[in-house]
Structures are given as structure tokens and as C-alpha cells.
Design a protein around this ligand. Sequence first.
Ligand code: TLP
Length: 346
Amino acid sequence: MKRIVDLRSDTVTQPTEEMREAMRNALVGDDYYRDDPTVTQLEALAAAKFGKEAGLFVTSGTMGNLVSILTHTQRGDAIILEADAHVYRSETAHLAVVAGVMPKRVKGNRGILDPADVEEAIFAEGVLYPRTSLLCVENTHNSAGGTCVTPVQMSAFRRVADIHGMAIHVDGARIFSAVVALGADPQELAKDADSLTFCLSKNLACPFGSLIVANREFIERARRNRQMVGGGMRQAGIMAAAGIVALRTMIDRLSEDHDNARALAEALSKLGFEIDMEMVQTNIVFFNVPSEMIDAKKFVQDLGKLGVRVNPPAGRRVRMVTHYGVKREDIDYTLQGIKEVIERAK
Ligand code: TLP
């Protein structure tokens, strides 16, 4: 059988055997009545991991971000986020359609905001201006190539936020990649955030779900907002069971994905692809396909024929994501395929 290497995203991961077993055996109940012991356990575990009081199980990263934003803001508020933040670019405009907030985009350096620029972006006080109630920080930053926000940078955001009465939400869809790459304590990384969302269904390889962690009062209000957007769940322990396994077994291994991404990036660079190696910090590799080498669309299509799956390029820009389902031999196979494809295009 032809090898398939799926580099489209870490969302393509299959659950581990241990997850499937835990899901099959999970104790469940109606979570509306707070009767699902497995959901309750996962929420407590997630909160403890980040040193927060409480957690809330939600269906997706998008829902986690939306519910958090709804809980922090009022309609008509402004929120500050990095210019290419996932919340802004890739969440179907829920900021506008559902939350009714105004995004104020600030360009970061490789996705990382400068606190001085954040401060400058805050609207003045007065009847003319929206209230700037929230700063959203993405860690790791997806479209900047999986770059990490450090605890020191978080503290600098906190100082600005405190001066201006702003809350901080972290879109930590891949926060555990930052934890592992920085060698940081998750509590240290989360301590300056008022709320944080992380995903189980990406690099941690679960089939479903994300969590919001924050203080108890925030989580109670977030629970109402989750209900409002249709995210109230029943016997969700079936899903939560996989999350409990993930938090125990899938974090330390992320360094393997990071090493694979690094190896892939270094080889791509040697082959003549344009790549900013400083952006390759975790499991995401972005690079440009030089047009004189091959047309980027053709490059992706030809790789697909060899079983190497990659999302369609944005112009000349291609993304490859490493994950639990990609072993070192798959990276070697991918590189072999890339060499073949560019050789044939000569
Ligand atoms: N990222 C996905 C999607 O863009 C399809 C991907 O393949 O990378 N925050 C960040 C930083 C994300 O990367 C994503 C998803 C989300 C939020 C949303 O999570 P989901 O897909 O669970 O709604």
C-alpha cells in the first residue's frame, strides 16, 4: 500500500488505543445536570494544570475562543489581537457576527506582539470611543509558524492590561507545544492570562474538544454563554475520557513533532525553499516555493499524488504540520517526494 503522510494539520490525528479504551469505559452522565463525572474530572485536571480555579469543556477551539470573548466583553467593545490571529482570520467572523466586538489588529514580530504597540492600540477614554476590554494572545501563533509567547512576554502584556483595565485571553490551541518548546511551566505561562483556551483535538491527538480555564466566577458565566451558542453537552464523558488520557500521555512526546518539523525545515532550506528558520519553533513549518523552481499549486498537487497531503498553498506559501501520526520515516519519505517533484519540474 502506498504510504500516506498527512501534513495538512495536526487535527488529522487518530486517537490512541488507550484513548479508545478510555472512551469505551468512561463513566458518563448528563452534563447539563453536572452529572458527568468524566467531564468534571477533565475540567478539574485542566484547571489544575494551568493553576486556574475551574475549567469548561467545549466542542472546539473556535467555541472556546468565542465563549471566552463573549464572557469578557460587551457588544461594541474593541478587542486587540495580532493582525493574523486565528480568532480574526479563521473563525468565520464570530467576533462581528456573534460577539459584536470590534477587532483592533496589531502587527506582531513573527506573530508576537510588542507590549508598547498593544498599549498604543488602546482607544482613548471618552464618549466617542469603544471600550478596549480585551487583549487576545495566540500561543503558539499558528500563521506565524507555531511561534511561542514566553512567560516574560505574558507579564509585559499583563502590566499594560492592568494599567488600562483590560482582560487577557489566550488562544492556546497549541499551548502545550509552547510549554514543551520553551521548557516552561504551564502555570507560569498561564498566570498572566484571565482565561485560556487549549485544544485536545490538535497536537494532543484527541478526536474532539477544547477547554477553557479561568477563575470560577468567569467559568460560571462562560457556561451560560456556551449554552447560548449551543455547546451544552450531555454524556460528553465519552469525549472527555480521551482528553484525560491526552493530558497524561501526549504532552511530553510533542518534542518529537518539534524535532521532525525542524528536520523537515532544515532540509527544505537546503533544497532552496524560502524559509525563516526562526519561525520554526514547534510543529508548524511555513515556506515559500520559489516560482522559478515550480508553481506552488503544482508542487502541492504532485506531492498529493505521492501520498503526501498538504493544504492548498496561499500564493507561494505552503504549510506543513507534524504530529503524532508522522514518524521520522514519513519525513524522509516526504523529502524524497519533494526532491522527485522538483526534479521532474526542471
Ligand atoms: N486551526 C486549524 C484550522 O485553522 C483549520 C489548523 O489546521 O491549524 N486557534 C488556533 C491557533 C488554531 O490553530 C485553531 C485551528 C483554532 C483556534 C480553532 O480550533 P478548532 O478547529 O477546534 O475550532
